[in-house]
Write a protein that binds this ligand. Structure first.
Ligand code: TRP
Length: 347
């Protein structure tokens, strides 16, 4: 069986929401059944926007691990990696940064958007964000990278770097391919894309009561003033959610029909959605409650994965250094293996 090597990750910006679950986590969980999967907690990448909040980053790392495991990421099959604990990520990023022009990086759409939002001079770290991401991928010689559409420009850069590196220094990196999620982006409570920074999320860890309260406040059909006005089903987030999360197809069809006819109010549609969501999320929440009581187990999973990934990272970096004329293999490879991990507050 030909196993692909998968690398993907999240920035630990906070607890995971349903957009993460539907858009990415479900794809990852399916992939780990047959491929060699590496899931990265990209804490260094958080520094590009949130370097002033050290405690927040640390707490969020564990939140993300808890949500991943609760959703079904299986540490027996997959390797979880804490980016900042493997110095080879930054070392490779620096070496690769020599192959990329600043003009190229200034054209990356996420950089342009963020710079506009910041209203400040962007940092060197923000400009180099996609180079670090390319290093994350190439360090493990990943062949497939499951990502959302917004990440495609970053993946394209990783591919360009591989294409530039290989003929110059000898074939080292496979050209990683994107695996695009087939699920469209989940709308948030306000019908914009669900995003941590918009405050419009439904969280995996929310209690059933919180979920119900949030669902009752959800955006629906703005053209509908009274419950007996005929309503719009298409493009209505309530029905996007019902379609994804409500396994009772007959109920969903019935609600749609009555919504169009103006014989069911938003309140009932929302109540039924809240019930369906709470039911669908119950097993994950139970696992998450257990995990939250054992933070040492979360740290252990992260530590074990990170340790298991390190030799591969050290091996690739040694090859790259040697090919680029830097410190030779023996010193690098052997040395790195003997080094303890830098886990700071996680130990
Ligand atoms: N930039 C990605 C995001 O914000 C996170 C990330 C970091 C990543 N390194 C990666 C994703 C490598 C895929 C592969 O979602």
């Amino acid at each position: 069986m030909n196993r692909e090597r998968i690398l993907t990750g999240h920035r630990p910006t906070g607890p995971r929401h349903l957009g993460h679950l539907v858009g990415t986590l479900q794809t990852w969980i399916a992939l780990q059944e047959r491929d060699a999967c590496y899931f990265l907690i990209a804490d260094l990448h958080v520094l590009t926007t949130d370097y002033a909040h050290p405690q927040r980053i640390q707490a969020n790392v564990l939140e993300v691990v808890a949500d991943w495991l609760a959703a079904g990421i299986d540490p027996q099959r997959s390797t979880l990696i804490l980016q900042s604990a493997v110095p080879e990520h930054t070392q490779l990023a620096l070496a690769l940064s020599m192959l990329v022009s600043t003009a190229r990086l200034q054209r990356v759409p996420t950089f342009k958007d963020q710079t506009r939002e910041l209203g400040l001079q962007p940092s060197l770290g923000l400009l180099a964000y996609p180079v670090l991401q390319a290093a994350d991928i190439l360090l493990y010689k990943a062949t497939r990278v499951p990502v959302g559409e917004d990440q495609l420009p970053h993946l394209e850069l990783a591919r360009e770097i591989a294409r530039r590196f290989n003929p110059l220094f000898g074939v080292t990196f496979p050209e990683p391919q994107a695996l695009l999620s087939s699920v469209p982006r989940l709308p948030g409570l306000d019908n914009r894309a669900m995003h941590t920074s918009y405050g419009n999320t439904l969280l995996l860890k929310d209690t059933p009561e919180e979920t119900t309260r949030k669902v009752m406040s959800m955006y629906s059909d703005p053209t509908r003033v009274h419950p007996n006005d005929p309503g719009h089903v298409e493009g209505n987030p309530l029905f996007v959610y019902h379609t994804i999360f409500n396994p009772d197809r007959a109920e969903v069809e019935d609600l749609k029909e009555r919504y169009r006819a103006g014989t069911v109010g938003d309140v009932e549609v929302k109540q039924r959605l809240a019930c369906a969501l709470n039911e669908a999320l119950a097993p994950m929440r139970e696992r998450r409650r257990d995990l939250a009581q054992h933070p040492e187990r979360l740290r252990e999973v992260l530590l074990d994965g990170t340790q298991a990934a390190r030799p591969l990272a050290a091996q690739t970096l040694a090859e790259v250094y040697e090919r680029m004329g830097l410190a030779p293999r023996v010193a690098q490879g052997e040395h790195a293996r003997a080094l303890p991990l830098v886990l700071g507050a996680f130990c």
